[in-house]
Write a protein that binds this ligand. Structure first.
Ligand SMILES: NC(=O)c1ccc[n+]([C@@H]2O[C@H](COP(=O)([O-])OP(=O)(O)OC[C@H]3O[C@@H](n4cnc5c(N)ncnc54)[C@H](OP(=O)(O)O)[C@@H]3O)[C@@H](O)[C@H]2O)c1
Length: 465
């Protein structure tokens, strides 16, 4: 080879590699046209949906969590991590190009390792991760959450960053901060998760920019037509978390019949429904065969099959902690962190049970008081004023005894037996500091005890404590 031609080849190699670098850096924003490596998955995996600000999201995503956790406690953290690395690697080799993770799961580094082991260019893959919910407490924590994800994902810009849940609260502070971080270049696209239409509308009416993506539990068995219509109107892409409803509805509905007709699994039909609706499903599995099955490739749902699924929306909720958060009123999340009972069913049940218990107690106390009043009336009607006064004091003491310390009551009995009313009153005044005074006057009133003197009751009630 002449010196001229070898120089030319060197130059050409340089140009080609430079083009590759440029194309890999722009591929996040350009339609990926590479042919699928696994022909059986078909071309759909490579279809991309444009977000409002230009990022092209692969239409099929891969869901990840922490394998093990509370559902499989026998799986150790290390084991879970190994499984996830292998699953992400398989998913990418199968053709998935979007991976969903979160800082909370502690598995961001496993996702990165899975991508590395797959041999797929990092720039070909869109990684979505999420803000820690407890980071909503302060702007420092929001910043730290973003920084931690950047470090774990080993990148200078997070492709897609989601605010995980409205239940974390303080949206009017946290969302503008995320927008600022995006404008500074630390985040590519911004989305939310588990938001309902009224919460998105709350953001809009507060003058906030709307998210580009809302990751919500939408599947054949929970179709949320009003929310997805809101998304369509405002250019928000619907990302379907738990698109298989965690397998909890398999074999129970029309989806099973349709799967049978097509010779497909219900999982494949469920994913295909999401794809044909124009949503982005992110099914999760650690098993290679299911990872392939969940690509839902090689078949289509007919118009009538789509309509049949559309008619069987049974509003089934598989993510029982995350999904109810879309119901929390906007006012409760806009500026503050909402009470747990607003979104946690078990907490809500506990609060309701406590309310029922306290109502029952109040009712019992009211009935006891009525009985006491009747008893007093019967007891004192025949007594002379001196003994009547004494017995009223005793009754009053008994009643207050249930609420106050024994020691104080002995004193009260002593005073009322031996001291004139004026002296009792002044001592009661002194006792007022510890709150007994008010309760005593209330008890006296409720029992309609008169012998201590009406002026005492009046004074007890009107004195500023
Ligand atoms: N933003 C949020 O608050 C939030 C909440 C929940 C989920 N998510 C995201 O959504 C993703 C998916 O949700 P998800 O994992 O809760 O539910 P999912 O994807 O609907 O279901 C996953 C479950 O179904 C099983 N499975 C997977 N493919 C299957 C198949 N073909 N046939 C039968 N069973 C199959 C999996 O078990 P194997 O692994 O054993 O196959 C796993 O137990 C998560 O990974 C996460 O990224 C987000």
């Amino acid at each position: 080879m002449s010196r001229e031609s070898s120089k030319y080849l060197k130059h050409r190699r340089f140009v080609v590699s430079a083009c590759l670098v440029v194309s890999s850096s722009i591929s996040r924003r350009s339609l990926c046209t590479s042919p699928p490596k696994n022909a059986s998955t078909g071309g759909r995996l490579w279809q991309r949906i444009p977000l409002r600000r230009g990022l092209l999201l692969p239409q099929l995503g891969f869901g990840t969590g922490r394998p093990g956790g509370s559902r499989e406690p026998q799986v150790t953290l290390e084991d879970g991590r190994r499984r996830l690395v292998a699953a992400v690697k398989t998913a990418l080799r199968t053709g998935y190009r979007l991976v969903d993770t979160s800082l909370f799961s502690g598995m961001e580094t496993a996702v990165v390792e899975g991508i590395r082991q797959s041999g797929v260019e990092r720039s070909e893959v869109v990684v979505a991760t999420k803000l820690l919910q407890m980071a909503h407490n302060s702007s420092e924590a929001v910043h730290a959450s973003v920084e931690n994800s950047l470090r774990n994902l080993n990148c200078s810009c997070i492709d897609l960053y989601l605010l995980q849940s409205p239940r974390a609260g303080r949206i009017l502070d946290v969302w503008p901060q995320l927008i600022r971080l995006r404008n500074e270049g630390l985040i590519g696209a911004l989305g939310v998760s588990n938001f309902g239409a009224h919460q998105l509308e709350g953001m809009r009416q507060s003058g906030l920019e709307l998210p580009e993506v809302n990751q919500v539990e939408v599947h054949c068995w929970r179709q949320l037509p009003a929310l997805t219509e809101y998304h369509r109107t405002h250019g928000i892409v619907t990302m379907c978390m738990a698109p298989l409803a965690r397998g909890e509805m398999f074999g129970k509905t029309e989806v099973a019949t349709i799967a049978q007709e097509l010779g497909q699994t219900e999982a494949a039909v469920a994913v295909r429904w999401c794809l044909q609706m124009g949503y982005i499903p992110i099914p999760r599995s650690v098993r290679s065969s299911r990872i392939l099955e969940n690509t839902a490739s090689g078949f289509e749902l007919s118009v009538s099959q789509m309509e049949r699924i559309g008619r069987m929306n049974v509003a089934y909720v598989a993510c029982r902690k995350a999904s109810p958060c879309c119901e929390i009123p906007w006012e409760a999340i806009a500026e503050s962190i909402p009470d747990k009972s607003l979104w946690d069913e078990s907490k809500k049940r506990k609060v309701e049970a406590a309310e029922r218990r306290s109502q029952l107690q109040e009712e019992r106390a009211r009935k006891a008081l009525e009985r006491k009043q009747q008893q007093i009336r019967a007891q004192v009607s025949s007594q002379n004023s001196q003994s009547r006064r004494k017995s009223e004091i005793v009754i009053l003491s008994e009643l207050v005894q249930q609420q106050m310390g024994e020691r104080y009551l002995r004193k009260l009995n002593f005073w009322s037996t031996w001291l004139p009313p004026m002296a009792v009153r002044s001592r009661l005044h002194r006792a007022s500091a510890d709150g007994h005074y008010a309760r005593l006057s209330e008890a006296q009133q409720q029992l309609q005890l008169v012998s201590l003197g009406p002026e005492l009751s009046h004074e007890l009630l009107t004195t500023e404590l």
